[in-house]
Design a protein around this ligand. Structure first.
Ligand code: IPM
Ligand code: MN
Length: 381
């Protein structure tokens, strides 16, 4: 989640490299979180709740996370949407400082917000899994963010026509649950198992969401991606559930691809896709590829949704914390800005969300802040 997801693949959004200040100062979110007004970046202000403002928990996180989130917030404000923000200092850096990953108390506080906007988490020096499982996956699982929605629009390398599809990734099950264990660790006879959990309930609600989404789109097409020829237990559950839900949507056309074949099609024929539905791990891998063929991972946005709205949903760019370019002012903020647009859709601010997407449609270049400024200008122009 570090270098591999650095933003050098940002494609058409070339970045110049020069030093910039970190736009927002973060302080530890103890169990009583610190509160910031967004009226001025770098200013510490008392809480200024505004009537009608959406209450947003902001986790800038590590590396480039705070930098890109600052631009996302700036753009949302420029689009005329009022936010009442509370900043939570969480992530690898916080963990290294005082050991907090995500306490149950902080989690309970987060439940009270309308939405959560997250930059990226992960810091070199923290063992793999501590922050990923303890913070990001804890949020996804505890808040029942069972849909990870990742839209991809762009023109793939070697193509002349743009594609436009959405991956719906199951977000609370699969190998991410952490089923398994290790025996005889460190010996020649070590055994490690890592299961994949697939419940009928979990699979069905995900597939149903994909069909509902497709029914509102022009092409009305859903592709199931799995590996049913090898993962015969989980694959069979996914396929039978997919077929049962599909029978309820006679106007929606369907297809099935094995995940390895889908990797070829994402590159060679992305136009075949409208809505893709898949499990947690396949969805993780496939959406990095989706970003790579859609202008670069620096443009890839995501929504971790609790469609039942029993708590806040979480919005974050697909990319990681990219510590190699952190603090240099060269990270592409567009993925974070487009993630904030997805947040606005969820909050009923679709007009502002559409305006932001339109402003991001043309290529941008320059520093992180310059790109944010340019998108704000386009919103006003
Ligand atoms: C993503 C990330 C996460 C995932 C990591 C950081 C746990 O890669 O959101 O795609 O695997 O889901
Ligand atoms: Mn990923």
């Amino acid at each position: 989640m570090f270098g591999a997801q650095a933003l050098e693949g940002a494609g058409r959004n070339a970045m110049c490299r020069h030093e910039v200040r970190l736009p927002i100062r973060f302080v530890p979110a103890t169990h009583t979180p610190c509160v910031r007004s967004l009226n001025e970046v770098n200013s510490v202000a008392s809480r200024t709740p505004r009537s009608g403002a959406h209450r947003i928990a902001v986790i800038g996180g590590d590396g480039i996370g705070p930098e890109v989130i600052a631009e996302a917030l700036k753009v949302v404000r420029a689009a005329g949407v009022e936010l009442d923000t509370t900043f939570f200092d969480l992530g690898g850096a916080r963990y290294l400082r005082d050991g907090e990953v995500l306490s149950d108390e902080t989690l309970e506080t987060l439940r009270g917000f309308d939405a959560i906007l997250l930059g990226a988490v992960g810091t070199p020096g923290v063992p793999p899994g501590v922050i990923e499982r303890g913070l990001l996956l804890k949020l996804r699982f505890s808040l029942d963010l069972y849909i990870n929605q990742r839209p991809f629009a762009g023109t793939a390398p070697g193509h002349s026509k743009p594609h436009d599809f959405i991956v719906i990734r199951e977000n609370t099950e699969g190998p991410y649950v952490g089923e398994g264990g290790v025996l005889r660790k460190g010996t020649a006879h070590e055994v490690a198992t890592q299961g994949s959990v697939n419940s009928r309930h979990g699979v069905e609600r995900c597939i149903r969401y994909a069909f509902e989404l497709a029914s509102k789109r022009e092409r009305k097409h859903v592709t199931l991606v799995h590996k049913t020829n090898v993962l015969t237990f989980a694959g069979d559950l996914w396929q039978r559930t997919f077929d049962a839900v599909a029978a309820e949507y006679p106007k929606i056309a369907t297809a099935y691809n094995h995940v390895d074949a889908a990797c070829i099609y994402f590159v060679q024929d992305p136009h075949r896709y409208d809505v893709v539905v898949t499990d947690n791990l396949f969805g993780d891998i496939l959406t990095d590829l989706g970003g790579a063929v859609s202008g670069g991972i620096g443009l890839a946005s995501s929504a971790n949704l609790n469609p039942a709205r029993t708590g806040p949903s979480l919005f974050e760019p697909v990319h990681g914390s990219a510590p190699d370019i952190a603090g240099k002012g060269v990270a592409n903020p567009v993925a974070a800005i487009l993630s904030a647009a997805l947040m606005l859709d969820h909050l009923g601010e679709s007009k502002a969300a559409d305006a932001i997407r339109a402003a991001c449609a043309k290529p941008t270049s320059g520093s992180t802040i310059a790109v944010g400024d340019e998108i704000c200008r386009r919103l006003h122009g």
